[in-house]
Ligand binder design. Sequence first.
Ligand code: HEC
Length: 100
Amino acid sequence: MPASLGLNPVLDVGLTRVLFSWTLRSIAPCGACHGAYGVKAGAPLLAGQKAGYLDAQLRAFATDARTNDINAQMRGIAKNMRSEEMADVSRWYGSASSMH
Ligand code: HEC
């Protein structure tokens, strides 16, 4: 296993976060519902959406400005995320191609 996936180091952080980083804080990894590359049936497509839009949605869920998520599943997640984590995952999904 190479130390790097050969991606931009900033984006490697994002990939790691969407796959693993919240399990210790009881937050389901984004990839479980949205897919590691932001394409998965049953959850909104994140791949290729603008990073700024994704980041704004996470902050809106965290502050209850957006409340249309059934059972508050995104609000519960976003409230437990740190600011830089929201930015990292937003950059990651914003850079992902919707062709995956
Ligand atoms: C348990 C499943 C689940 C997990 C885990 C999850 N999401 Fe979601 N997410 C959803 C669902 C379902 C919606 C649609 C909610 C709605 O209708 O507003 C959503 C909506 C979103 C949206 C809004 C998309 C849009 O087009 O407006 C963003 C951004 C998002 N999720 C990011 C994330 C990130 C980042 C993570 C990881 C930190 C994550 N989600 C983890 C299920 C999940």
